[in-house]
Write a protein that binds this ligand. Sequence first.
Ligand SMILES: *Cc1c(COP(=O)(O)O)cnc(C)c1O
Length: 370
Amino acid sequence: MRVPVSKPLLGEKENQYVMEAISKGEISGLSGRFVREFEENFAKFCDAKYAASVNSGTTALHLAVAALDIKEEDEVIVATLTNMATFFAVLYERAIPVPVDIDAETLNIDPSKIEEKITPKTKAIIVVHLYGHPVDMDPVMEISKKYNIPVIEDAAEAHGAEYKGKKVGGIGHIGCFSFYSNKIITTGEGGMVVTNDEKLINRIRSIKNLAFGDKDKFMHKEIGFKYQMTNLQAAVGLAQLEKIDQIIQKKRDIAEYYLKNLKDVKNIILPVEKGYAKNVYWMFNIVLTGSLKGKRQWFMKELLEKGIETREDFVPYNKQEIFLNNNMVIENSCPVTNEIYPDGLYIPSGTDISEEEMAYVVDTIKQIVE
Ligand SMILES: *Cc1c(COP(=O)(O)O)cnc(C)c1O
């Protein structure tokens, strides 16, 4: 048996919409109905007023940082355990990322450690809803209000996740999503910025397409980027969005199965769903502990030999050699993360995984552990 870690759920509808875009010759980011409809429907899905489509999650994050006028010497607080794209977005504007440690249970930013990092130079807080579990947003938004610092939500892994009944992405000032091929829904490569702030969305829409002039088109308003999503990608995205509830339900069913069948396996910590949360379980992440601690490479190799794909957790900012070598970060600044991430990995949870395959994954893990 061969069980991949994830696989996109593409079907007839994606095919039909892409064909429509091609047959009409509407393929750019400015032509055709799909870009507009995907943006409108995605904003609605997040309970946000506005959405702007882009060509990746990374560029969504960069636009969020740029639209907030974050510049050289400004500081931005960021959850340390994330895809490094979250940090790169800050560094593209020559600002200084300030990593914050994680909560051991959710693996998300620990809100109680944010305030001590705030200085007069702090210009934004970026939280990451890691693996589909929402960040504890109330304390984050309280700090935001107290210091008047905007919050960017990196929701690249958490489409449809909810915090106290509210969809992530629309809770902070700007929400960023990715539609990379392994994300909850996909356009191959792609992303979205959502916000309730009209001024911010106008700025984002302008700078994502070269900041063309209003009256005189080629008299540009500022230095813009070219981060447009094409109508072809949006065609796929619109079709994906039509079945997002079904995809999320499937992710939750997979998680329920694993949670039930792995709960008695010793020395494996399973993902949680806090009382405030609806977790969309983008990936089913486990952490090795006790006698399995330090044995991730061996564990992953054993599974792969049985045809089961896994992936190790992200390397946090405070462990990245490029930043350590340039004295941009202190390696031991995030002790909880350092303790956990070397033992974290995720197991197969593709939307087309069968119960038989999940049973095989569970049995194989039990065999390896015993
Ligand atoms: C995938 C991801 C990104 C980057 O998205 P791309 O579409 O790959 O550019 C950013 N942050 C997190 C947390 C991600 O998982």
